[in-house]
Design a protein around this ligand. Structure first.
Ligand SMILES: Cc1cc2nc3c(=O)[nH]c(=O)nc-3n(C[C@H](O)[C@H](O)[C@H](O)COP(=O)(O)OP(=O)(O)OC[C@H]3O[C@@H](n4cnc5c(N)ncnc54)[C@H](O)[C@@H]3O)c2cc1C
Length: 510
């Protein structure tokens, strides 16, 4: 690789990951506002800098904004009530994640004076309710007749606030609700917007996949190369920024964690809990048990295997033409070596093996994966129907249904039910569904230059786990994505030279 390319890649990667650590600083500043700094707050602290960005990007359907002043005694007393409700909706252990984003703004902080004025805050605490985008660049005036923002006039205790929310949403959330209750979710398959919720699922599925790999000691001399290849793919194209960063961390340290000559012994000795066990591929705050998009109506249905499909499709729509064959191999080998469902990996492997010529176009690869998934759906449709093992609220179907993509289906043969697809439309739909809607700002370069928004989103990620936008790392690595094989090569050669340097150093010391 040329020296210039190496330098470019290295500086892009360090710049992007450097940006993220810089933004942690701003996050801790926000946390200082909290008056019980040692306790974890569930409500997201907003200020004039991050207000619009956080509310624009949250996948939640509604938001509550509490305007308060940190010196106000009534606000201090109200805080435990507000937090009791926020616990249900915010944070990695949220019981009902993704429905309501609970936030607060400290009006006693000078930076927020204008913001509080715009909402005509006349007493503390003052609570507003509305769809998050309506708060963006928004205002509220008591004389205004029509507004989608409402003052919550009966939220003085946790019970009353939750009752008020339940009335608005037609829900029946309770303060004592526990995680993993599935009755509140919606199974509206024709709602294109629902995929936006899969920002949680792609992270959880990736983390689960790697936990399984470690737990079952699946990294062996013969599977090592395919894991490295898949990690390279994730570094370049995973829709979640923190999964890209975590994959890069594992990749950089791979040789040290899994030296090829002592793999089996090492895993035996350590009972599978070796150094890689301490790596959290998507960060340690990754949601567990959320399955926002992939939540089944029963605990034993959907979840991980659905999440894995979403990861694979979202990767397939993010590549450029030159990466299609690499992507095909990376996915086929990953499923073959690391997907623990025996029947699934065998079927998938058969489909991979039946491909006779290499992929040259990203379109062809994305459509191949879509067809492969539909073949699985078709088979399972019959099986689940006869055995009654499917999720009654999510019956298998040939996808996408007309309600999701009206232009994808040209016609349907009445006799055998076969569909004549408009593949150009299907490809367009896949790009928009798994690319743009799943992580809405993936391609919005405008966000790169704005530190305020960057740190605001870091904040939202930390507080609600709603990872919304991959920022510096995404675009830096995307810039080098054609060369992402080379990028990993570079890292690995760096490692080798680092090892060589250490060896040299120890020799000198002898
Ligand atoms: C690689 C792989 C192979 C598998 N093979 C088998 C198998 O052989 N036998 C078995 O019993 N189970 C298999 N599974 C599991 C099975 O496919 C489902 O994941 C599981 O039954 C859960 O189904 P679900 O209803 O959540 O929807 P899933 O089929 O998991 O789909 C998840 C979501 O993807 C979208 N989707 C559906 N079809 C498509 C499509 N064609 N293209 C793009 N998006 C689509 C829909 O929004 C759907 O909700 C496999 C899973 C994977 C990841």
């Amino acid at each position: 690789m040329s020296r210039t390319l190496r330098l470019l890649i290295l500086s892009l990667v360090s710049l992007s990951f450097g940006l993220s650590s810089a933004s942690f600083g701003s996050r801790s500043i926000l946390r200082v506002i909290s008056d019980n700094g040692d306790l974890h707050d569930y409500a997201v602290e907003l200020n004039a800098t991050n207000f619009d960005a956080v509310l624009r990007e949250t996948p939640a359907t509604y938001a509550v904004v509490e305007f308060f002043a940190h010196w106000c005694p009534a606000c201090r007393n109200y805080k435990p009530h507000y937090e009791k409700v926020a616990r249900l909706f915010n944070g990695p252990d949220a019981v009902h994640p993704g429905h309501v984003l609970m936030t607060r703004v400290d009006c006693a902080s000078k930076i927020n004076t204008k913001l509080c004025d715009k909402f005509s805050v006349g007493h503390y605490p003052m609570l507003f309710w509305g769809p998050p985008p309506k708060f963006v660049a928004g205002s509220w005036d008591p004389k205004q007749e029509k507004s989608e923002l409402h003052v919550i006039d009966d939220g003085r205790t946790a019970d009353r606030l939750l009752n008020w929310i339940n009335k608005q949403m037609g829900s029946s959330y309770g303060l004592e609700d526990e995680k993993f209750e599935n009755e509140h979710y919606s199974s509206n398959v024709s709602d294109v917007g629902q995929i936006a919720r899969a920002v949680y699922d792609v992270e959880e599925a990736t983390a689960t996949a790697f936990d399984i790999i470690l737990e079952h000691k699946m990294i062996k001399s013969e599977t090592r190369a395919s894991l490295i290849k898949f990690l390279q793919f994730l570094v370049a194209h995973h829709p979640s920024r923190r999964c890209r960063k975590g994959s890069a961390d594992v990749l950089v340290n791979f040789d040290e964690l899994f030296p090829s000559n002592s793999l089996e012994n090492k895993q035996e000795e350590n009972d599978g809990k070796d150094e890689l066990g301490s790596f959290h591929i998507c960060g340690k705050d990754v949601p567990r048990g959320y399955w926002m998009f992939c939540r089944g109506s029963k605990n034993e249905t959907r979840g991980f295997s659905c999440g894995l499909w979403v990861v694979l499709h979202s990767l397939s729509v993010r590549i450029v033409d030159g990466e299609s064959q690499f992507a095909f191999k990376a996915i086929c080998d990953f499923v073959h070596n690391f997907f623990i469902c025996e029947e699934c990996r065998q079927h998938f492997y058969d489909m991979c093996s039946s491909v006779s010529s290499p992929f040259n176009k990203s379109r062809d690869f994305a459509l191949w994966l879509w067809t492969a998934h539909n073949k699985v759906n078709e088979r399972l449709m019959k099986e689940e129907e006869s055995l009654g093992t499917g999720d009654p609220k999510f019956p298998k179907m040939i996808w996408p249904p007309k309600q999701l993509c009206p232009t994808c289906i040209r016609s349907r043969n009445q006799r055998n039910n076969e569909i004549d697809w408009d593949q150009d439309e299907v490809f367009k739909f896949l790009i928009s569904y798994y690319g743009n809607t799943l992580v809405s700002l993936y391609k919005d370069k405008g966000f790169l230059d704005n530190d305020g928004i960057d740190s605001a989103l870091e904040d939202l990620v930390a507080s609600t786990n709603a990872l919304v936008v991959p920022v510096g790392a995404a675009l830096a690595i995307a810039a080098a994505s054609c060369a992402f094989g080379a990028l990993a090569c570079y890292w690995r050669s760096q490692q080798k030279s680092r090892k060589y340097f250490h060896q040299l150093h120890s020799l000198k010391n002898i």
